[in-house]
Design a protein around this ligand. Structure first.
Ligand SMILES: [Zn+2]
Length: 253
């Protein structure tokens, strides 16, 4: 049994399936290369979701790193206080990076959100952002829209954060009425929509005394997040809310 030649041979034989697996994986990559959703270039080995250049050039918002967090200022509501707010990158319709959000939302690729959320959570974790958070709640989608789309893209963001932080994901918010897609609305229409009480809390007792991380894909006017925050503060006696989104428009846009 101690014959080194036999051991080497055994090792080589044991390694064969792994080599075959690597070869198959390389072949699949050559035949069906995954593409970077931002620049559409084929990804090479070691690149995950984004190519290295697009990952490097991602227009990070970094509001959470500033002493005067402008994203938090955008979300001020005396009846629905928000404690912390962070957004990964800037969203602009003309930017190729907005394809990430659109592909995840409309083109059947919600896994993009999970991967982006993992990346952002890895960056946020050392800042202590998650330290006093108890659970993650994704902004809900009306059941009919969810049925039509087949998924809720914000749930993938919640799962991505949970992958890195091990925080539980909870579904205590329901979208009570259909709220039409905000992307196609004017600022005035969005503000009017914000007046509608479209979200309701399910299982309020479970949230009592908790610090919730509310997650969404994009923050534009902040009306959706504030509607959720109002519903939560209105339905639960004692809770704290912080906010995370993958993208946000630049302040003043
Ligand atoms: Zn790229």
């Amino acid at each position: 049994m101690n014959d080194p030649a036999a051991h080497r041979q055994g090792g080589f034989i044991r390694t064969l399936p792994l080599l075959a697996k690597d070869l198959a994986s390389d072949l699949t990559r050559m035949l069906f290369p995954a593409c970077c959703p931002v620049c559409h270039r084929a990804l090479v080995k070691g690149e995950n979701l984004l190519c290295l250049e697009c990952r490097w050039k991602l227009p990070r918002a970094n509001y959470h790193l500033t002493s005067d967090n402008q994203l938090l200022h955008k979300l001020v509501d005396i009846n629905a206080p928000i404690e912390k707010a962070a957004s990964f990158f800037f969203y602009k319709n003309s930017s190729p990076y907005s394809r990430l959000i659109r592909d995840a939302k409309y083109n059947g690729r919600p896994a993009i959100n999970r991967e982006l959320a993992r990346t952002f959570a890895r960056e946020l974790r050392p800042t202590g952002f998650f330290d006093d958070i108890d659970l993650i709640i994704p902004v809900p989608l009306h059941w009919f829209k969810r049925l039509r789309r087949g998924y809720n893209q914000t749930e993938y963001i919640a799962r991505g954060i949970s992958d890195i932080t091990a925080l539980p994901v909870s579904y205590n918010l329901r979208a009570g009425k259909s709220h039409s897609t905000q992307t196609h609305k004017t600022g005035k229409e969005r503000r009017t929509a914000a007046l509608l009480d479209v979200f309701k809390v399910i299982g309020a007792d479970e949230l009592d005394g908790r610090h919730i991380l509310l997650v969404d894909d994009v923050i534009t006017t902040g009306s959706t997040i504030l509607s959720c925050a109002r519903a939560l503060h209105g339905g639960v006696n004692d809770l704290r809310i912080s906010v995370l989104s993958l993208a946000t428009t630049r302040l003043g846009q």
